[in-house]
Design a protein around this ligand. Structure first.
Ligand SMILES: [Zn+2]
Length: 444
């Protein structure tokens, strides 16, 4: 039975409108938002003026390309210059009710401020996104992400708004989390792909029968490129006998900017909140539909700190083909990697996610892997360590040949492949670190 209160999380007129209507809506929101930024943020007023563009002159969505880009460095620098939140902020501080902060792994943590309306808009969108992935008021949802300033924390409120029983578990030790899942018979959980994998392996080691002792039907994942790699999702799905949905969020905007519907065929975008561009990272020119490029985002509503043409550093591709679920929003076909993560081995681009796809697809490997980059005679050399599966009894040379051949055909790169016994590599919890860069003495 459908309750009348459920319907607001499936906004059919909005979510199934034509692409033309999406364009009209985004243009209307964009004009208002640019005007708000210009009127209230000293930074934007100056940067628009320096670029010779005024919000009045925007007639088409393509006019966004006349505005300057901003990067993470700009957010950090302006925050340091005008503490505590920087001069991209476009509301008085008394109107700010919440901040998240990015992890700070690359330097000073930058704050992302929200007004009460921004926060409500976000949580409404989370509820819509969860609904599209099949979460319902009957579910028991366990939120196993960090709550400490992390933008992923409050996403639990979207599940709660939708009416699901929401367990604010946070990042507790695995044994305790398994006890929670078992005791409350949780039907859904959100964590990172690495941790979903690790938690499943831990359950098996502890003698828990995942199918019978636990009741997980849906696993939401975000925070790592792994979630958009089909081979990684399929491995987690078969380990848990559950459906895995990839989500994508950004501390500088909000928790879920995109996520998979039940078709699991790309990540639908929150197009009524965020304008998407994909650009060639060198030239800045737009990439064609389906081509890989850097994701550039412009907020359309978030009033506390508008982001205009924010370069995310994420390499993505999109489709606007209709989805079988009926939603007409554009779908991201996955995050292929971060520019920061990309390795260049003898002139060939290699993303760790390419190596992951190979290690996870072939069941003669456990799926764990590590990349080591070294410099020898002024040339970068890549070593890939992979574990053989316990059930594999053939020769290591056979695995090496197979892995090398696939790596060569997918990336064009060659690497030294080292086969390790099962359970040799450290299991990653939460954000996985699987690249060791020995070129500069810095391990990343
Ligand atoms: Zn869909």
């Amino acid at each position: 039975m459908t309750h009348s209160s459920d319907r607001k999380f499936w906004d059919e007129p909005l979510e199934t409108q034509s692409r033309q209507q999406w364009g009209d809506l985004k243009l209307r929101l964009l004009k208002q938002h640019l005007q708000h930024a210009y009127d209230n943020s000293p930074y934007y007023r100056d940067s628009f003026t320096a670029a010779g563009i005024h919000p009045d002159q925007v007639k088409h969505l393509d006019d966004i390309r006349r505005f300057p880009f901003i990067s993470k460095h700009v957010l950090r620098d302006r925050q340091l210059a005008v503490p505590p939140f920087g001069d991209l902020v476009a509301v008085p501080e008394r109107d700010i009710v919440y901040i998240s902060a990015s992890s700070g792994s690359t330097g000073v943590p930058t704050a992302s401020p929200f007004t009460a309306q921004d926060f409500d808009d976000w949580i409404d969108y989370e509820a819509r996104q969860f609904w599209s992935s099949g979460l319902r008021p009957e579910d028991r949802y366990c939120h196993s992400l960090n709550f400490s300033l992390f933008i992923g924390g409050p996403c639990v409120l979207g599940a709660q708004k939708l009416g699901a029983l929401s367990i604010h578990a946070g990042t507790v030790p695995s044994e305790r989390l398994l006890t929670i899942l078992r005791q409350f018979q949780a039907t859904a959980i959100w964590t990172t792909p690495s941790y979903a994998w690790y938690l499943g392996e831990t359950a098996v080691k502890e003698g828990i029968d995942i199918r019978n002792d636990l009741n997980i039907k849906r696993i939401f994942v975000a925070g790592e490129p792994g979630g958009s790699i089909p081979e990684t999702r399929q491995r987690i799905e078969s380990l848990w006998s559950a459906s895995v949905y990839d989500y994508y969020g950004l501390s500088d905007i909000f928790g879920s900017c995109a996520g998979m519907c039940e078709e699991k065929n790309g990540l639908h975008w929150a197009e009524d909140h965020i304008l998407v561009e994909v650009i060639d990272q060198e030239s800045g020119e737009p990439a064609k539909e389906g081509e890989r490029g850097e994701l550039v985002l412009t907020t359309l509503k978030k009033s506390a700190r508008p982001l205009i043409r924010f370069r995310t550093g994420d390499i993505v591709s999109f489709t606007s083909e209709p989805c079988a679920c009926g939603r007409t929003s554009i779908r991201m076909q996955g995050v292929h990697g971060r520019l920061d993560d990309m390795l260049i081995i003898k002139g060939v681009n290699v993303f760790p996610s390419d190596v992951e796809a190979i290690a996870r697809k072939d069941h003669d490997f456990t799926g764990e892997y590590k990349l080591i980059v070294e410099r020898e005679n002024h040339l970068d050399k890549l070593t890939v360590e992979v574990e053989r599966a316990a059930a594999f009894h053939g020769a290591d040379t056979e695995l090496i040949a197979r892995f090398s051949r696939q790596l060569q055909s997918i990336t064009g790169a060659s690497a030294r492949v080292v086969i390790l016994p099962p359970d040799t590599l450290p299991r990653a919890t939460h954000k996985a670190k699987r690249v060791e860069d020995r070129r500069s003495g810095v391990w990343s």
